[in-house]
Design a binder for this molecule. Sequence first.
Ligand SMILES: C[S@@+](CC[C@H](N)C(=O)[O-])C[C@H]1O[C@@H](n2cnc3c(N)ncnc32)[C@H](O)[C@@H]1O
Length: 267
Amino acid sequence: MHKIYEKENVTLFQGNCVEVLNKGTPESIDMIFADPPYMLSNGGITCQSGKVVSVNKGKWDKSKGINEDFEFHTGWINACRRVLKPNGTIWISGTYHSIYACGFALQKAGFKILNDICWFKPNASPNMSCRYFTASHETILWAKKDNKEKHTFNYELMKNCDWKDDFIKKPQKQMRSVWAIGTLKQNEKEFGKHPTQKPLELLRRIILASTNIGDLILDPFTGSSTTGIMAIELGRKFIGIDLEKEYLDLSIKRFEQVLSKKEKEWQ
Ligand SMILES: C[S@@+](CC[C@H](N)C(=O)[O-])C[C@H]1O[C@@H](n2cnc3c(N)ncnc32)[C@H](O)[C@@H]1O
């Protein structure tokens, strides 16, 4: 493992997140967003932009069977718990392939689940087999480290902010646990695309909900660093970890752009 990038409020490590996290400072992180492998690269097919493509994302996304997958999730969730502040929270995204294992591992590790968000994708790809329903959502668990501590939830902001692209959110009404957010926009692929890149808008909502300006956010499976890009846009600090140099190189291109945009705003 090694530090591959450090600039202003951004630090990126290349390596296995458990090894990196075990060397990190205990109780130093305000919030974690984790988008772990969903273990769905099973050789199937799907449809993307009207074309039939393989569902395979990479070697890192292959299931090793339910027991080994559960051990993997337990390992990184425990490593995250050690670095999280007592009042810190963790968000974990997944589909049915992974999210039940993550939820069970979270509870076994002592976390208290606060919400399971349904991220509804109005523009999800159609189902090619026509033998079951079109998968059009992901689940995002939100959990706190210690039930006795007061966690950050920016309730008023969630209720009153302008979420104009989300047809489920009604103005001045409480934010519900179902969020309608479209998949990646074209301009988010400017430097290339990670096979499972999250939309910036999803991370905007998560970061605004559960952190304050100056907070330190960690993503142990950073990929193209969508979490980090939004963290910097919103005035937070960021640490990202990934195994693959290719994805970290894509992250660095995105950080260089957002940091230079920020610098111009301050001049
Ligand atoms: C689902 S993707 C994350 C995508 C990211 N949210 C984005 O918006 O680009 C999961 C990432 O975890 C990385 N990964 C898999 N196993 C890992 C491990 N043990 N430690 C660190 N990174 C890992 C993969 O290389 C992949 O980039």
